[in-house]
Ligand binder design. Structure first.
Ligand code: DAT
Length: 188
């Protein structure tokens, strides 16, 4: 859909969050041109909030970044913005899209990457226990949850655009995906 001029969308800043492997990058590519995509790590680096942790990997100071963004984002953007990043739901955004996928799907997708086993396991567990939802209990902004293990990128794009066109209604999913419940209810 790159470069297409799509439906009129509300001028909001949206987080596109989810466990690594849920398809944030892929969905961002689909939405490119319809909304302005920002990568959370690049945003953090530009603003000086991307540091080095002990293991040498890059770590975002989300609190520091949020503090300056609250001021910078005090008025609406000129174009609908989507901030792609697994911590983007912790930024001062107007609405959140959470991508989910069954832990077994995450496991398979991350094995195709150059990730260490422990990192894969940490991410699979994070997804299994509900991922970003655990950090959103106090937050009172619209949230859309989509399953990238079921919907292909094209279908996800349609869902996102429909939701935005309806001014982010409904504000919450009728039921949050619960992989543990799902597994418990299976007759093994
Ligand atoms: P993320 O950016 O959240 O880490 P990604 O966009 O790199 O995830 O996608 C991880 C892998 O999953 C990649 O191989 C593409 C595939 N993928 C992404 N979205 C998908 C979808 N809706 N259906 C099937 N596969 C998908």
């Amino acid at each position: 859909m790159s470069g297409a001029s799509g439906p009129e969308l509300p001028l909001l800043r949206l987080a596109l969050t989810g466990t690594p492997g849920t398809g944030k990058t892929r969905l961002s590519e689909e939405l490119q041109g319809l909304v302005e995509i920002q990568n959370q790590s690049i945003l953090a680096e530009t603003k000086g909030f991307l540091g080095q942790d002990d293991g040498g990997s890059k770590e975002i100071d989300v609190e520091g970044l949020s503090t300056i963004l609250v001021e910078e984002w005090s008025s609406p953007p000129e174009k609908t913005q989507l901030i792609d990043g697994h911590l983007s739901h912790l930024l001062p955004v107007d609405a959140i899209i959470i991508l989910r996928a069954h832990p077994l799907v995450i496991d398979a997708r991350l094995h195709l990457r150059d990730y260490e086993e422990q990192k894969i396991l940490d991410n699979v567990e994070w997804e299994m226990i509900g991922g970003p939802w655990l950090e959103l209990e106090e937050i009172d902004i619209p949230i859309l949850e989509l399953d990238s293990g079921v919907l292909d990128p094209n279908e996800l794009t349609t869902e996102v655009l429909n939701w935005l066109s309806q001014d982010c209604a409904p504000e919450r999913p009728a039921e949050i995906l619960d992989w543990l419940d799902d597994m418990a209810s299976k007759d093994w």
